[in-house]
Unconditional design. Structure first.
Length: 501
């Protein structure tokens, strides 16, 4: 369809359904860089259902998350960049495992939990979270999967985030295994059959344990069943469903190998990982099939993203390369690790530098795909500079809610609808407390990216990611004035006050 005719159709459809507010589903993968998806260039592992979202919707190519699970989820739920005060605060995880493993008594557990609650990142009375935005607009809200903001949470805290219904795991550390003895459903413990291990069937980093080991009931199958039931039960009222899946976070574990990969000449860990990605894709397909079967397709907006960049749970571990392919000695401006050059058969980071935890593109550039039939033009792509914290404003504008004041969030709904994007970011900030791979980064709207390597010594690198998204060419010495300008902004934003409180 020609763009002009598409705009006329879009305007008519949007006006006709103005009184019918759309359902919203956010599928939030775990440690899945864009390079693992077919629509972003993956050649080996197939992701047909996620690719379909892109074929029938819009794909973002300049989108940023965090560099780790906890700050990425914090920025999504708060609508603030994680350089703000509190962006890297987290409650210590693992306490339920200590109790379940018999290392502490129930009384000791309750005492430690009470102490933790007393000092755990206090929430201001006027703070507004993502779930609250939808709930205040009259939506039913639900979260499935990893319920933490990082690393330990509890029933009252999950409800404070704005979720009417929740099902999943309160402790982030327990999410490193896929066979938990129990999950939590609205504050009630639900035992899972055949899962006796207090460590939730967590595998080794080698990933060579037999397929299906760890327990009987695979948590992700429980969650997808719960999600489909929730959609059925709420099909007649507007809902916002947030699925923070564990897939494909490692250590790798899967109840059975996908038949496409079972006979491949790969390591067992590689087969498991590919099967986990494929399960994630299959679950996306189940969700899409359900909303279509219930007649909700045209009035449901589906967002797909991931918390941070790619991570290796199946192959070569991170080391700084000494030589480039062909024997050329690495220069100091490009001493970076890339999956395309270090033995990763999937090239999971898609040529980007670094992995999860890195301030380079491989650590923070994330997929974002949005599908809304009749509203978003199929097969479109945008290079609009956006980040996780923009989802709050986008959701608010989408459902007719008020955008909370003082947030860093900017709605990208106009771009989704093919309309002029009057408000854009001058820059996006991503913080990082892992010094070996960059402390923080600032991505400017014009395409320049500043990477802070050493905060005390003020060591920086500068890249033009519009021309060099793989960050091979450090231009810091060539453009010192740009470094100074971006450095001033970054230093101002890091550890800055919360203007929304």
């Amino acid at each position: 369809m020609k763009p002009f005719l598409w705009m006329l159709t879009l305007a008519a459809a949007f006006t006709a359904s103005a009184q019918q507010r759309p359902n919203v589903i956010l599928i939030f993968a775990d440690d899945l860089g864009p390079g693992m998806l077919g629509c972003y260039g993956q050649q080996i592992v197939k992701t047909p259902h996620i690719d379909r979202l892109a074929d029938e919707g819009m794909k973002f190519s300049n989108y940023y998350g965090g560099v780790l699970c906890a700050p990425a989820r914090w920025t999504l739920l708060t609508g603030m960049h994680d350089g703000r005060i509190g962006g890297w605060n987290e409650t210590p995880g693992g306490l339920p495992i200590q109790r379940d493993a018999g290392k502490i008594t129930q009384a000791e557990y309750e005492k430690k939990l009470a102490q933790l609650k007393a000092r755990a990142n206090p929430i201001a009375p006027d703070e507004i979270f993502l779930g609250q935005v939808a709930r205040q607009a009259g939506y039913k809200t639900a979260q499935f999967g990893k319920l933490d903001r990082g690393f330990l949470t509890w029933n009252e805290r999950v409800r404070r985030f704005g979720w009417d219904y929740h099902e999943g795991l309160y402790c982030h550390v327990r999410c490193h295994g896929f066979y938990p003895p129990y999950i939590w459903r609205n504050g009630e413990k639900v035992e899972l059959e055949g899962n006796p291990d207090p460590y939730c069937g967590k595998m080794s980093e080698k990933g060579d344990e037999p397929v299906g080991s760890g327990g009987k009931t695979y948590s992700q199958n429980v969650f997808i069943e719960g999600i489909l039931n929730y959609i059925r039960e709420h099909k007649d009222e507007p809902f916002f469903l947030y699925h923070s899946t564990q897939l494909p976070h490692g250590p790798v574990a899967i109840p059975e190998l996908h038949p496409d990969y079972a006979d491949k000449d790969w390591s067992l860990a590689e087969k498991k990982y590919a099967s986990m990605v494929r399960m994630l894709d299959d679950h996306v397909g189940l969700i899409m099939n359900e909303i279509q079967a219930l007649g909700l397709d045209d009035n449901t907006v589906v967002f797909f993203s991931s918390d941070n960049g790619h991570e290796l749970y199946y192959g070569p571990k991170f080391t700084f390369p000494k030589t480039r392919p062909g024997g050329e000695e690495t220069n100091l401006t490009d001493k970076k690790w890339r999956t395309s050059e270090c033995g990763d058969i999937f090239d999971g980071a898609g040529g980007r530098a670094g992995l999860k935890r890195a301030a380079y593109q491989g650590g923070m550039q994330c997929p974002m795909i949005v599908r809304w039939p009749g509203r978003i033009q199929p097969g479109t792509e945008t290079d609009l500079l956006s980040a996780h914290y923009d989802f709050m404003a986008t959701l608010a504008e989408l459902i007719g809610a008020e955008i909370p004041e003082g947030k860093d969030s900017i709605s990208y709904l106009p771009t989704l609808l093919g309309q002029p994007q009057d408000q854009e970011h001058d820059y996006v900030v991503v913080n990082n407390n892992f010094t070996k791979m960059g402390r923080a980064a600032l991505i400017a709207n014009e395409g320049w990216k500043l990477v802070e390597l050493d905060r005390k010594k003020e060591v920086y690198q500068l890249y033009n990611i519009k021309e060099d998204n793989e960050e091979r060419y450090n231009l810091e010495t060539k453009y010192p004035e740009r470094v100074d300008r971006l450095k001033t902004i970054l230093q101002r934003e890091l550890n800055s006050p919360r203007p929304d409180l």
